[in-house]
Design a protein around this ligand. Structure first.
Ligand code: NAD
Ligand code: 3PG
Length: 526
């Protein structure tokens, strides 16, 4: 049975799902070196933001197949190291969206009305109404940095509260921003005009210290900043000084450059800075959502199925996966087939995507074909995660063409591999019921389902060949399950595709090519 390590607190709903397929160990107080020492035993690791999954941990995780982040941000995982090792990294892109958006809104209102300090003062026995005079958000301008899932929900609620909305997000269209009721502006304009600024962007090299002393200096003395996205997007020292010196009115932070927050000037500023311990996703509802979402993906991957929210499989989002799922197996099968026909070292793979799969969403099919192609050399070391990297490192050039014209099938895939031993091609399609059909090999039309053990011959179309081949296979005790000949002209060249019940014994291929009229023979195990 597989083993899963859960190293951060996860809702029981997730543990129950994992327990269907694996032994689950929950150890939420491990130090980094303890994790390095035990990770080798596990097939999967499930975390939140508390566990830093470093390269060292990943390299020690020799059995790891998947790292599941029960939340959005994977900045605590060395994703490139995981990718290199073929470990799929999944997250829950939407499970805590509402929780994080509501926390940002709660922070905005709490900051405006000094709720945390007013509450503390009453609890101390005081009744001070003068110190805690606040500000209304109605008719104020909210600047939203990052108009993704969380930013958009914040926008909808803030709009209903009567706020005017500006947004900075270089990756979304003006139309999309207008739909959400936001005016897109650049960061400087947002800094100058907003009364409230809320951050909903990932932490990247471009966003690190996006809010710095220079930008803070452009803000109004009444501006308040909320960060429920990631620590490090704001320069904390510059922010603490700006609030202390009255250059801006206040800040509410849920996330910090280093967590847990150690000694910090942020703690010393008083009622105009409020701090929460990374609580954005900490609602009962969000924790159930993310635990189920990620545990289901871990379960699926351990069962050999694809994950719906893998962050390190190019282009494979849940909607795309749904559309392409039936074709992924076809692409991988054709990749395995053409790789074995080509034998030796493949240098060039031409892939033609035809009909309904000729879209810009079909990149995962190319990855699946590469995974199949490399299977012969790398076996289980190659997967959807590292297939493209492995192909590149082995010098395999990939040329993709897409042709939307529908031919005999709604969608078909053609692979041509060129290597040091020559060029071979295969075409395949799906029948209405999703069954795979091989429809062409090396330019010869065929119509056969793939099977585990196959034999292909290139021969002259002449009487007696089929009988001789059948007798030869019989003499080696190999049973033929089905057989088909494909030819372009009568008595010209032809291919024969045979499905066999057993693998071909060693040495039989050279016997087959001795049969008069048979020029070449290829054995394939799918
Ligand atoms: N505090 C918490 O507990 C908590 C909970 C959930 C999410 N988060 C964090 O919130 C952030 C947003 O999450 P989301 O689900 O909305 O993500 P998302 O991917 O849906 O949206 C992020 C948006 O940021 C934009 N963006 C990227 N780089 C940018 C840049 N340089 N400048 C401006 N915009 C940029 C993107 O175009 C996108 O629209 C993430 O950092 C996530 O980790 C925090
Ligand atoms: O990226 C996220 O999903 C949030 O930061 C939540 O982090 P958490 O799972 O540790 O609460």
């Amino acid at each position: 049975m597989s083993k899963v390590l859960v190293s951060d607190p996860i809702d029981q709903a997730g543990i129950d799902i994992l327990s269907q397929v694996a032994t689950v160990d929950v150890k939420t107080t491990l130090k980094p070196d303890e994790l390095v020492n035990i990770i080798g035993e596990y097939d999967a690791l499930m975390i939140r933001s508390g566990t830093r999954v470093t390269k060292e941990i990943i390299e020690a995780g020799t059995n790891l197949k998947i790292i599941g982040r029960a939340g959005v941000g994977v900045d605590n995982v060395d994703v490139p190291a995981a990718t290199r090792q073929g470990i799929v990294v999944v997250n829950s892109p939407e499970g805590n969206t509402i929780a994080a958006a509501e926390h940002a809104l709660a922070m905005m209102l709490s900051l405006s009305r000094h709720i945390p300090d007013a509450n503390a003062s009453v609890k101390r026995g005081e009744w001070d109404r003068k110190t805690f005079v606040g500000a209304e958000v109605y008719k104020k301008t909210l600047g939203i940095v990052g108009l993704g899932k969380i930013g958009s929900h914040v926008a909808a609620v803030a709009r209903a509260m009567g706020m005017k909305l500006l947004a900075y997000d270089p990756f979304i269209s003006t139309e999309r921003a207008e739909q959400i009721g936001c005016q897109l502006v650049d960061m400087d304009v947002l800094a100058q005009q907003a009364d409230y600024i809320t951050l909903h962007i990932p932490k990247t090299p471009e966003t690190t210290h996006l809010i710095n002393a220079e930008l803070l200096a452009k803000m109004k003395p009444t501006t308040r900043i909320i960060n429920c996205a990631r620590g490090g997007i704001i320069d904390e020292a510059a922010l603490a000084s700006a609030v202390k010196e009255g250059k801006i009115a206040g800040a509410a932070l849920d996330v910090f450059e280093s967590e847990p927050l150690a000694e910090s000037t942020l703690r010393e500023v008083g009622k105009d800075i409020i701090l929460t311990p990374h609580l954005g996703a900490s609602t009962t509802e969000a924790q159930v959502n993310v635990a189920i979402d990620v545990a289901e993906q871990i379960r699926d991957v351990l069962l050999g199925l694809p994950a719906r929210s893998a962050v390190n499989i190019p282009g494979l989002g849940p909607d795309v996966l749904e559309e392409l799922k039936p074709y992924m197996q076809l692409a991988e099968t054709l990749g395995r087939l053409v790789g074995q026909l080509a034998g030796g070292r493949v240098e060039l793979l031409n892939i033609r995507l035809q009909g309904e799969i000729a879209t810009n969403k079909s990149q995962p099919l190319v990855v699946a074909a590469l995974k199949g192609l490399l299977h012969q050399a790398l076996r289980e070391r190659v997967n959807y995660v590292n297939a493209s990297i492995e192909a590149k490192e082995r010098g395999i050039r990939v040329i993709e063409t897409r042709d939307a014209a529908v031919r005999d099938y709604a969608g078909s895939l053609h692979l041509e591999a060129t290597g040091n031993l020559g060029t071979h091609s295969v075409t395949g399609a799906l029948l209405g019921d999703g069954e795979i059909r091989l429809t062409n090999m090396d330019g010869f039309p065929i119509n056969v389902p793939p099977s585990q053990h196959m034999l292909f011959t290139l021969h002259r179309d002449m009487p007696g060949i089929i009988g001789k081949l059948g007798s030869l296979l019989g003499s080696f005790n190999v049973n033929i399950a089905s057989m088909q000949v494909g030819r372009k002209i009568v008595r010209g060249d032809a291919v024969m595709a045979l499905s066999l019940d057993d693998p071909l014994p060693d040495g039989i291929l050279s016997e087959i090519t001795k049969v008069p009229g048979i020029r070449d023979a290829y054995t394939v195990n799918l």
